[in-house]
Design a protein around this ligand. Sequence first.
Ligand SMILES: CC(C)C[C@H](NS(N)(=O)=O)C(=O)O
Ligand SMILES: [Ca+2]
Ligand SMILES: [Ca+2]
Ligand SMILES: [Ca+2]
Ligand SMILES: [Zn+2]
Length: 310
Amino acid sequence: DFPPEDRGYHNYDEVVAELGAAVADHPDIATLTSAGTSHEGRDIPVLKISDNAGQDEAEPEVLFDCNQHAREHLTTEMCLRIVERFTDGYATDPAIAEMVDSRELWVIPVVNPDGSIHDVASGQYLGWRKNRQGPGTDLNRNWGHKWGCCGGSSGNPNAETYRGTEPWSAPETAALRDFIDSRVVGGEQQIEAAIDFHTYSELVLWPFGYTTDQVTEGMTQEQYDRFERVGTEMARTNGYTPQQASGLYITDGGSLDWMWAEHGILAFTFEMYPAQGGGLEGFYPPDEVIAEETARNDEAVDVLIREAGV
Ligand SMILES: CC(C)C[C@H](NS(N)(=O)=O)C(=O)O
Ligand SMILES: [Ca+2]
Ligand SMILES: [Ca+2]
Ligand SMILES: [Ca+2]
Ligand SMILES: [Zn+2]
């Protein structure tokens, strides 16, 4: 489990309990499903937040996923912040109620449960990034768009950016693929926008990651301009730096490129706090900053929800 001084972070069991409590407390606007199971057989929970949550309504859908990378525990807290804000806030905040009544929100707080648990199991932070399949696959290099195309991942199983044996070889990315594929209703992908939360560097990133080209196959100037506009607007609210993902470094097989290229989802990656810390300690900010550094993204989350359906 987390070291005692960091018990403000939720471990996997606490996340599951938190999601169960959200549904118990708000049965009319929250339902719990599963995207699938991890390599070690753990459920990857998916919380839906919307009015008439038990029904699939013709409302724009928005996806928030967290903790693809095991050590990036602050992102799990970010997803739980979204859950809390849109369930607990529903009864008292008209702006929250308006968004919940007019959209269907999907929140996946722990994409990589095995890795997340492994990282803290000893009581000392390991700096673990990947899943727990053998030497580990980097989930954010295992998605199926331009997998392994462009030097943005490694074929060495011991590398931190090991792409796996083939696209979707990791059960966790396959589960997310299946979930997103399942949101194609009547030939139309219902999820219009998404944020994949990571740490750290305080960045708002948009596709593509596999190329530095702005306009290319699958990205027109107008589409790029929209990413830049919305990304810049979100960055204005949280003080992060907006840029194309490849501006950081080339990544292939990432979630962003697949969500956009295969499903037309307006997909962003957020790199959360800290801006820079250099080295491993940047992944382990003290639990005292959780409240502030998750609430810091409240307005950006609202910007994206409102952009969905435009
Ligand atoms: C989303 C990409 C462009 C950046 C990300 N950085 S992280 N979260 O692994 O440090 C990654 O390398 O997957
Ligand atoms: Ca609804
Ligand atoms: Ca729907
Ligand atoms: Ca709560
Ligand atoms: Zn990451």
